[in-house]
Design a protein around this ligand. Sequence first.
Ligand SMILES: [Cu+2]
Length: 316
Amino acid sequence: MKRSHGFLIFGLGAAALVAAAHPALAAEFPKNSAGFPIHAPRPWEWWFQPAASPIQKAIDWMMQFVLWIMFGVVALVGVLLGIVMVRFHASRHPVPTTTTHNTVIEVLWTVVPALLLIVIFVPSLNMIYQQSNYKHRYMTVRVIGHQWFWEYDYLGAKGVDFTSYAIPPNQLKPGEIRQLSADHPLVLPAGKKVVFQITSKDVLHSFFIPSLGVQRYAIPGQIWHQWTQIDAPGVYYGECNQICGMNHDDMPIEVVALPMKQFQAWLAEAKKDAAQGNVPKVHKYEVLAEQAAKAKAAALPGVTLASAAAPPAVTH
Ligand SMILES: [Cu+2]
């Protein structure tokens, strides 16, 4: 008995430490040259990446909620097993009882697990509804999987449709991440609801951005939806997580979330580029961010990005 108590206390202590360390670990992010936090996976990270969207926060909460219930169940069963092994060991309890039924216990072990399932089912169903609510979107991006790159088509922004390839390891510049940085990142506004229309041109892919709570199969001939709303400006990473052929690992997803004004400026530039038949220039958002910072520092109203802002791309 004493021993199982010891294990229980140790387990509770370890779990409490992990729970306490989790927000502390999430507190700081390295910054890129434009001053945006980089939300990338880190060595020895063994929890989810810090949540950066309402859906991912809900997923994170749900995971911990179910984890604690599971922890309670495992601890209870472990303690009961311990009691049985110690107290009813053949040496201490040579004559077994002939008990076969106990109504109270039988009712309990039916009702309690059923209640636990209901307690898990209700928030889980709620989350499914939340995830499939595409109303009040700000914009829609069609995401198309290809062997082996992504294509992003900004619906409602004429011609803004570009491909996004992994940067080969020998061409990485400082601050870029191997197998995660892309040549043309998906640029989105922070704080706005964005809906992805996800499909594929060839085989099954999967559009997966863990910190934003986005994961959907990209299926040829079908369009599946998923939405996100990025909490704050930053760079977020994901990858195709459906084995899709030889270069499956060359399908990273890099999302750059910009403050609204910078996003509008970027979109205006991207539209201009598209009208000339060019893809949006590589990492132009960094240039824009630097311009914005300079303009702010110099307090020159003529140089602010607002002047370049275009009406938002709203589609339904
Ligand atoms: Cu793929």
